[in-house]
Structure formats: C-alpha cells, structure tokens
Design a protein around this ligand. Structure first.
Ligand SMILES: Cc1cc2nc3c(=O)[nH]c(=O)nc-3n(C[C@H](O)[C@H](O)[C@H](O)COP(=O)(O)OP(=O)(O)OC[C@H]3O[C@@H](n4cnc5c(N)ncnc54)[C@H](O)[C@@H]3O)c2cc1C
Length: 381
C-alpha cells in the first residue's frame, strides 16, 4: 500500500513542502510507493512581494505569475479544486466538486487572506496593495495623485509585517522624484504604542519617518471609513482626513479550518511552534501564514518551516520515524527603505533582530532574490 501525503494550498509553503519531499524521495515517488498530492484552488501561483512594485508601476503583473503545474517536481500530482472539509477521523478531505481525497499525512498550507468587511467603509474608501487587483487599482490612483494627504493605515494581524513600512518610505521617495513631496503630507498609523510590533523596526521607523517628515499616529485601530467625506476614524476616537488612503486590511485564515472544527479564532490553526503539528493530531501539520504561531506571517517563515516539516515528513513516510527536526522561529525579511536602498531583519524565537544601515547593495540583493525565488519554490536552491 502506498503512503499518501496530501498538501492543501498551492502557495509558497504548499509548493515548497511538496517539492522538498518529492526531491528527497525521488525513487519511491516515481514508483508510486509514496504519493504526494497538492490540492489547490488556484492553478496559478502569484508572487505576492511583487505587489509593492506593481503599485509603483515598477513591475508588470505577468512577471509575478507562473502555472502551478510548472513549479511542481516530477511525480507530484496537482488537483485543482478547493478543500471544503477535513475529516480527521476518516483521514480524508472533501472538495468543492465532491471529490474525496484520502491521506496518511496532511499538510495545511492555506495561507491568509484579507478581511475586507471588518472595517465599515474600507472597500469603498481605501486602497491596498495586498492583492494583485488592489495593487493595480492603487497604481492608477497614484498616477493621478498630484499631492495632498496620503494616509497609510495598518490593521492587524497581517502578513509581511514590514511591507507597510516599505510602502511608506517608497512613497516618500516616489513623491520626491515626482516633485510633489512639498505639497504632500504623509501620515502612518499603527495599532499599538509604537510604529511597529518589533522593537528594533519601531525604533528604525521612528527615526526614518521623523527625518523624512512623515507623521506617525500610534494607538490607532481602524474603526470605520467615511468614503464620501474622506475621513478615517479610529477606535480610540481620532479622526484622520485623507485624499488617498492606503490600508493594510486585517487578515484571517481560510474558512476550511472552521468548517472542519480544527481552527480557532480568526481561522488560524493551533499549531505546535516546533513540530508544526495541529492540535493533538500526529498526522496533521500546518505551515506558513495559516498557523497561530507567534512569528511573522512571511514567505521566509513559510520557507524555513517547510524545510523542517519536509525533513520530518520524509522520516514519517519512509519508516514512520518520529519527527526530529524543530522549527526555531527563523525569519528573514528585506525592508525597502525607498526606491534605491534597503535593509533587512533576521531573527528567531530566541534572538530578536537588529536593523543594519540601509544600502544600495541590500536593495540590489532584494531585487535579485525577487527574480530567482522560483528556484526556491522548486526546491532547487
Ligand atoms: C504585498 C506583500 C508583500 C510581501 N512581501 C514579502 C517579503 O518581502 N518577504 C516575505 O518573506 N514575505 C512577503 N510577503 C508574504 C508572503 O507572500 C506570504 O507570507 C507567503 O506567501 C505565505 O505563504 P503560504 O503558503 O502560507 O500562503 P500563500 O502563498 O498565500 O498560499 C496559500 C494558498 O492556499 C490556497 N488555498 C486557501 N484555501 C484553500 C482551500 N480551502 N483549498 C485549496 N486551496 C486553498 C490559496 O488559494 C493559496 O494559493 C508579502 C505579502 C504581500 C501581500
């Protein structure tokens, strides 16, 4: 009897786990002794970090897209369908079209998505760059922006915690390059007492924003948006008028977890932070944005978690070996600090990050990574 590994989600984590396992178990996968299946609702992969550049008209959408089938290692089966319910007792997943897929080991890699209904007025009154469609719409709005009040407002939780800081500094550079900075006010709002949850990033943003004349509003949790009057209201009672509002909508997990009785508040899966097991299940794992692990929801986290999980799955699939590799909270995020410079943070559960001095070479390093990350997904790097 073949062993079945089923992975739900054809994004960063889902593709990496599938490819890493299939490459290590090339023979058994080729002989169908081990079946690796990816179940994904989309047959196209889109590189989300590229949305930032699409918004500033620096990249075209086509450069961000690849067919899922072209990114999978030989032997990995792709089922283009949506998972509707996991039956942990029966070790099966039912799909939108009525298929039932059995598994011995299940990996949930369903990511995170925007909650556009939590804040009244958000859809009508705000722009965002957290989807490709949103980034394209914002690109058009920026083309016709000739100065005024730009407000960047952050909702939590959200993926890529540094992207709002990046957007703000890129916008500042962009407005200077267009010669409209002097007639533009920039305000950045953040929900807690400082401009970022990570202390060193908060200190860095505080210094950089102040030097660039960017206003910071802390303790600002978006409450509602008056799209007609162009005013953003906070739960704390502050009103901020705007001409162009760029919001980071709060995120939530996919509804699959709630429909299956496996996820908790926000649709996040209760996940062991080292072994990535879901709840008390020994054969169900979560990876990437969809976990409730207190670490950034980022592609790099999905990557490092996938490496650990794949190694553990190889042991389980071949001889039932207990997982021996632990995820340690490793994360790495580049931070664009404008259009020409960047810095980065690197950290894990035990070691908070520092922020190196921004440089052009780090910016070029990020640009290079953006072009070659496909190799990462295919697990050939
Ligand atoms: C603007 C922006 C900038 C970013 N910049 C960076 C950066 O610089 N560095 C960094 O590390 N990260 C960055 N990120 C974050 C990064 O893209 C995500 O953290 C990463 O993609 C998470 O991987 P994932 O596999 O968990 O989720 P995803 O890659 O989102 O994949 C989840 C997949 O699961 C599918 N799915 C969901 N539910 C179901 C279901 N029920 N059935 C079947 N399929 C389902 C989805 O359709 C999707 O294809 C950025 C994100 C954005 C939006």
């Amino acid at each position: 009897m073949s062993k079945k590994l089923l992975i739900i989600g054809s994004g960063t984590a889902g593709l990496m786990v599938a490819n890493l396992v299939a490459r290590q178990l090339r023979g058994p996968v080729a002989h169908r002794d081990i079946e690796v299946t990816v179940l994904g609702e989309r047959d196209e992969y889109v590189y989300q970090p590229g949305f930032l550049y699409v918004a500033f008209d620096l990249w075209e959408p086509d450069s961000l897209r690849r067919k899922v089938a072209d990114l999978l290692s030989p032997g990995v089966r792709f089922v283009h369908d949506r998972a509707e319910r996991i039956d942990a007792a029966a070790q099966s997943v039912t799909t939108r079209t009525g298929q039932t897929l059995q598994y011995d080991y299940l990996v949930i890699a369903t990511g995170s998505q925007l909650n556009l209904t939590e804040i009244p007025g958000l859809e009508e009154g705000a722009h965002w760059f957290y989807t490709l469609e949103g980034a394209l719409r914002l690109r058009e709005a920026l083309k016709s922006f000739e100065g005024g009040r730009l407000v960047l407002s952050v909702g939590i939780p959200h993926k890529c915690p540094v992207a709002p800081v990046e957007f703000t500094m890129m916008f500042d550079d962009w407005a200077r390059a267009r010669g409209i900075r002097e007639k533009t006010e920039i305000t950045y709002t953040y929900p807690v007492a400082r401009p970022h949850t990570i202390a060193s990033v908060a200190d860095f943003a505080d210094r950089e924003f102040t030097a660039r004349g960017i206003e910071i509003e802390t303790f600002f949790n978006m409450d509602s948006i008056d799209a007609q009057g162009k005013v953003l209201h906070s739960q704390e009672g502050t009103d901020v008028p705007y001409d162009l509002l760029v919001a980071i909508p709060p995120h939530m997990g996919d509804t699959l977890g709630a429909a299956s009785g496996l996820a908790e508040k926000g649709n996040w899966y209760p996940t062991d932070r080292n072994l990535l097991r879901v709840g008390a299940y020994k054969n169900i794992f979560a990876v990437g944005d969809t976990t409730n692990i207190p670490v950034s929801k980022a592609g790099s986290v999905a990557h490092f978690e996938s490496e650990v999980l794949a190694d553990n799955l190889v042991g389980l699939l071949t001889d039932g070996r207990e997982p021996g590799h632990a995820y340690t909270g490793r994360a790495f995020c580049f931070i664009e600090t404008g259009l020409e410079q960047a810095t980065y943070i690197s950290f894990d559960f035990a070691h908070p990050p520092t922020v190196p001095t921004p440089s052009r070479s780090i910016h070029l390093f990020k640009q290079t990574y953006n072009r070659i990350h496909w190799a990462n997904l295919k697990a050939v790097m």
